[in-house]
Design a protein around this ligand. Structure first.
Ligand code: BF8
Ligand code: SF4
Length: 625
């Protein structure tokens, strides 16, 4: 086995494909990371600023060189501004994804989106009622149109509050109000962050960071929550069901089509097109046994959650999938799609297609999806993928797929519990389950691929902490085999007993990254049932391998919602001890939770378990030392 590949990933499929691609002299993300060494120390510490043309500026962390930028900004201001803009970037990405779904909902209501429909009408009516709309006897499409309009209001400035924050416990909402961080509008908070961090506006590092929490809350209880809820309305609320994961989901004898990105608006249409009998017949004519659709990253998670569509891999597998030589077409929408992919495809026979007006990539053919042409375009693309089967050369699919179960929406979890959170609360009170941990976020080539997620998860379930996961963490844990009922063998005795009697795995797949809001809603339901705040609960969050701005926004809204959150990689804040202290200690005084940073997942597990036991003690429950 290739030593270098073993250092890069813990996954067998990843190691074997890295070995193959190294022999073929095809570069990957790890090679490009190596070529970037040493990376800029100023930037790593958050101490460089290029916000205006008097700069770029940098602060000398050793105190020998300049301590102020040309405008006079010091290390605290520069670090806080940079972090604030990361949050804004992440919140914008999630929330704009949500907006695209609202636009599809509006188009469905107007009869301008053939192929799309209202799938979960009950949820549509529930959400409409939450928005104060009259639902009784109202035609479904009329109501959908009214709801779409009400959701569009959430993005603006006129309303002044976000309706779905009403799901948070009363105490939490009062705290946000008292701290001045209740989000007022989704676009407003992101726009205000860009304003505040313009040269010569907000130069209070604390006030920038507090606004960062408000900006992140506008994502968590706003844009992302809209993305998840509207996706459920359009495509169905997930229910538990089987699926398979890793490179082994590709089929030697079938046309393989991969969807990559985040927005189910595109990938859902491909699910339908791949089932079209005419296209399946065409595939047979071309010598293939059928058409196999598989996902990558979060759009993969969306399809896995709702249809049991297999997922080929997470973020660091996106190049390696093409290296199998077995992919006829990869269709991308947006977010986390490496621009390297287009250049890689000609080494094999894969056709690369970009679909979003907002996201173009070198080396990809652009075929733009809109609600009115999506169903037809999806069929066209599948047809072209089928035609491309004839161009396939040698293939390499070196592993068997791993079985997994996904689909744990909050609704599905409550159903599994018999309709109320009480059995889960009872198990926590009895100490059979010590608490729950949300493990979320990305892969990052600076951390051995999947090692952070899998090691942390394994340690926690062994010790009777229930794990819920999303995003690339969820794919890592599925590949590790933690998501079938038999995986209770990895769990401690208490967790094993509870999951065994409910017939659920000890690690529950809750979806894509926008679906982190499902974790918020579940936490709020537990807090409301116990009449406490979220910060009183024995809960924690972790992002052991995060890389993206979206992950920074997620971490910030978890913490602002009262969930202690441990990050693997250190964000670019080390240049300001004031900022580090505020984020890792001071926020406890502000929002009752804070961040920790611990790259070693075993040590991160210790921090999380210590935190949860502390919360148990404070609630008067039995606690381990
Ligand atoms: O939204 S976990 S690498 S794919 S950012 Fe991206 Fe990170 Fe994966 Fe999904 Ni989320
Ligand atoms: Fe330099 Fe200030 Fe301009 Fe930043 S805003 S580049 S620190 S002058």
């Amino acid at each position: 086995m290739d030593k270098q590949a073993e250092q890069r990933t813990i996954t067998r499929d990843g190691q074997l494909l890295l070995g193959k691609m190294a022999k073929e002299q095809v570069e990957t993300v790890w090679d490009r990371l190596a070529a970037q060494q040493p990376q800029c120390g100023y930037c790593e510490m958050g101490l460089s600023c290029r916000i205006c043309a008097m700069g770029p500026c940098r602060i000398d962390p050793f105190g020998e060189g300049p301590q102020k930028g040309v405008c006079g900004a010091d290390a605290d201001i520069i670090v806080a501004r940079n972090l604030g803009r990361m949050i804004a970037g992440g919140a914008a990405a999630h929330s704009d994804h949500g907006r695209d779904l609202v636009e599809v909902l509006a188009a469905v209501a107007a009869g301008e989106a053939p192929g799309y429909q209202i799938t979960d009408e009950e949820k549509l009516r529930r959400l409409a009622a939450e928005y104060g709309l009259e639902t009784d006897g109202k035609d479904t499409l009329v109501l959908a149109g009214e709801l779409a309009a009400a959701l569009q209001e959430e993005y603006g400035t006129r309303k002044g509050y976000l309706t779905m924050t009403g799901r948070a416990p009363e105490k939490r909402r009062q705290l946000w109000q008292a701290q001045g961080i209740s989000p007022r509008g989704i676009d407003r908070e992101t726009s205000e962050m860009m304003h505040r961090t313009h040269m010569g506006v907000d130069n209070g590092w604390q006030s920038i960071l507090l606004h960062g929490l408000r900006n992140a809350l506008s994502d968590g209880w706003g844009g992302s929550m809209i993305a998840t809820e509207v996706s459920d309305i359009l495509f169905g609320t997930p229910r538990p069901g089987p699926n398979t994961v890793n490179i082994g989901v590709l089929k030697e004898d079938q046309v393989n089509i991969i969807v990559h990105g985040h927005n189910p608006v595109v990938s859902e249409m491909l699910v339908q097109a791949c089932e079209d009998p005419e296209l399946v017949a065409l595939a047979r004519e071309k010598g293939a046994a059928g058409i196999n659709l598989a996902g990558l990253c979060c759009t993969g998670n969306e399809l896995l959650m709702r249809h049991g569509i297999p997922v080929a891999g997470n973020h660091l597998m996106t190049e390696l999938v093409i290296g199998t030589g077995a992919v006829e077409m990869m269709i991308v929408d947006y977010q986390c799609i490496m621009p390297a992919l287009g250049a890689l495809a000609p080494c094999y026979h894969t056709r690369m297609i970009s679909t979003s007006d907002k996201a173009r990539f070198p080396g990809m053919v652009h075929r733009e999806f809109h609600p009115d042409n999506a169903a037809e375009l999806a069929r066209e693309l599948v047809r072209e993928a089928v035609e491309n089967f004839a161009n396939r050369g040698e293939t390499y699919i070196p592993v068997q797929a791993v079985p997994s179960v996904g689909g744990f929406s909050v609704e599905a979890i409550l159903d599994a519990l018999g309709g109320t959170p009480k059995p889960l609360i009872d198990a926590i009170v009895a100490g059979k389950i010590r608490g729950a941990v949300g493990i979320v976020g990305c892969n990052n080539p600076k951390i051995k691929h999947d090692y952070g997620h899998v090691t942390l998860t394994k340690k926690l379930i062994e010790q009777d902490y229930l794990v819920v996961d999303t995003g690339c963490a969820a794919v890592a844990n599925a590949k590790a085999g933690f998501k079938v009922a038999e995986a209770i063998r990895y769990a401690g005795p208490g967790l094993r007993e509870v999951c065994g009697s409910l017939g659920i795995p000890p690690v529950l797949h809750m979806g894509s990254c926008v679906d982190n809001v499902r974790i918020l809603v579940l936490a709020a339901a537990l807090a409301n049932a116990l009449q406490v705040d979220i910060s009183d609960l024995p809960l924690a969050g972790a992002a052991p391998e995060w890389y993206s701005e979206k992950a920074v926004s997620i971490g910030a809204y978890f913490v602002a919602s009262g969930v202690y959150t441990v990050l693997g990689p250190l964000p670019p804040i080390a240049g300001s001890m004031n900022v580090v202290k505020l984020l890792t200690e001071g926020l406890n005084e502000v929002v009752g939770a804070c961040f920790a940073v611990e790259p070693d997942p075993l040590k991160a597990a210790e921090l999380i378990m210590g935190h949860i036991e502390g919360k148990r003690r404070a609630l008067g429950l039995t606690a381990r030392d």
